[in-house]
Design a protein around this ligand. Structure first.
Ligand SMILES: [Zn+2]
Length: 130
């Protein structure tokens, strides 16, 4: 895990949920909320328990980014995604599409930072999202 925030030069002093906590209440069609995920790192294969993965956090960002930009992305993304998960009809504006794309990218970068494998994302790519 990085010592420096993924999205700025600050120290990574805040824990970010790998999966947003609101998902645990929206994705309830599966027993336990989430399907188990099997992940391969080096020669080891790990099966993550449903709730362990659902509430896992990574110390990869600073408090400022977590409570600022990331939180500002989370709120509108949650409204759109939760409605889609419930089967509602959602018409995505260009702004909505950019919000969801940016939110998904941020989540992927955070997840990538916690991987035991070499990062697929460069520092410059992360800093673009600041
Ligand atoms: Zn930051």
């Amino acid at each position: 895990m990085p010592d420096v925030c993924l999205f700025c030069p600050n120290r990574a002093d805040s824990k970010e949920d790998i999966f947003s906590t609101w998902m645990t209440t929206e994705f309830t069609e599966f027993e336990g909320g989430f399907m188990p995920v099997t992940r391969t790192a080096s020669a080891l294969e790990k099966t993550w328990k449903n709730w362990t993965l659902a509430f896992s956090t990574i110390r990869a960002v600073c408090k400022s980014c977590n409570s600022g930009r990331m939180s500002q992305l989370e709120t509108p993304a949650k409204l759109l995604l939760a409605e889609m998960v419930r089967g509602g009809e959602v018409r995505l504006t260009e702004v909505d599409q950019l919000t969801l794309g940016t939110w998904a990218t941020v989540k992927a970068y955070v997840f990538d930072s916690g991987s035991a494998m070499p990062s697929a994302v460069s520092r410059d790519e992360c800093l673009i999202l600041k």
